[in-house]
Design a protein around this ligand. Structure first.
Ligand code: KG4
Ligand code: ZN
Length: 335
């Protein structure tokens, strides 16, 4: 079965084609135009999707080596995300589905991230514990099976990626800043300063990043020269605290349950320091540690096409009345 995936939930316009779970093509275009604004400007994102999506769809079809006529279904991100941005992808998906008389499937963006490691580890089988860390979400999900999820912990304030992005803006690095911070932190001294670890010593599996973000802002206000004289050290210490804020609740969950595997996903899962530290902890607890390839951590349409394909195999699809949902909860949430 050949599925076309479309992703336009935020600031990446993406299209991909998969055949029976194998990737035929994938095209992603990131909107760097938000860089100077310090965050995504929703109206600019919608307009960029409008301009970029048609040529990206053409390119995905060209590179896949199949024709538009060979596609069996269209999967598209339905939410969560920026509503104007979502609607551009959904309108395109519906137009193709209507013209070709094939099914359209609205996919939850977070569910796409949850399964994105399957392309790196084809033997990925539930149940597993998933740490989803992106620019908009930070959560621990107990994945019982495809379509059955239990959120056991989530951030009480900022998402992890949001904290990276805000600190990057504070340091004059522009948006999005996660990858920039990681690059600069490599040469930094982790003993330079101790930033607070969110939810340190608490119980449960929730996360918190606003205290850490405020601590960096306060430090910079008191030590403005650090931005120039000790940027690498400052970013290294921030990254260590951010990684520790993700690791503590995750390890509590791993120790208190009988998970066989820990899977990370989302843009922040591209962070090599996070991967290294989580890998060490997983080994200590005796749990398999899995993660997506770097291109599949940040937003892409492969993960959307894959979830759409799985839903189709289960006989699930949507009608042309399907619309975008800015706050679209994960499907199949268990209490
Ligand atoms: O999953 P994603 O592409 O979009 C959302 O669904 O939110 O994640 C984007 C987030 C941004 O906050 C970006 O700064 C962060 O992922 N990110 C990173 C790294 N690469 C991207 N954060 C830390 N280290 C990285 N290497
Ligand atoms: Zn995402």
């Amino acid at each position: 079965m050949i599925v076309l995936g479309i992703e336009t939930s935020c600031d990446e316009t993406a299209a991909a084609i998969i055949q029976d779970g194998e990737i035929l093509s994938s095209v992603v275009s990131t909107h760097w135009l938000h860089n100077s604004y310090g965050g995504v400007v929703p109206e600019l994102a919608s307009r960029a999707h409008l301009v970029l999506l048609p040529p990206i769809l053409d390119q995905a079809i060209d590179e896949s080596g199949i024709s538009l006529e060979a596609i069996d279904a269209v999967a598209v991100t339905r939410g969560p995300g920026l509503i104007g941005a979502l609607l551009v992808g959904i309108a395109a998906a519906k137009a193709i589905a209507f013209a070709r008389n094939i099914p359209v499937i609205g996919v939850n963006h977070l569910e796409g991230h949850l399964w994105s490691a399957v392309f790196e580890s084809s033997d990925l089988k539930p149940p597993f514990l998933a740490l989803l860390v992106s620019g908009g979400h930070t959560m621990l999900v107990d994945v019982e099976e495809f379509g059955k999820y239990r959120i056991i912990g989530q951030t009480r304030d900022d998402a992890a990626g949001e904290a990276f992005d805000k600190v990057a803006v504070l340091c004059g690095l522009g948006y999005p800043g996660g990858a920039q911070i990681e690059k600069r932190a490599r040469t930094g001294d982790s003993a330079y300063y101790e930033f607070p670890i969110g939810m340190h010593g608490q119980r449960g599996y929730d996360f918190s990043f606003s205290g850490l973000k405020t601590a960096v802002a306060t430090f910079l206000r008191k030590n403005p020269e650090a931005k120039h004289d000790h940027l690498a050290d400052l970013l290294c210490c921030f990254q260590e605290a951010a990684v520790a804020s993700l690791i503590e609740p995750t390890c509590r969950a791993l120790r208190q349950s009988n998970y066989q595997a820990l899977v990370i996903s989302g843009g922040v899962a591209a962070n090599l320091r996070l991967r290294q530290r989580l890998g060490e902890e997983a080994e200590r607890v005796g749990v398999r540690f899995l993660y997506p390839g770097l291109q599949l951590c940040t937003d892409n349409a492969i993960m959307i096409a894959w979830v759409g394909w799985k839903r189709l195999l289960k006989g699930q699809k949507d009608g042309l009345e399907m619309s975008g949902e800015a706050n679209f909860p994960l499907p199949g949430i268990l209490k």
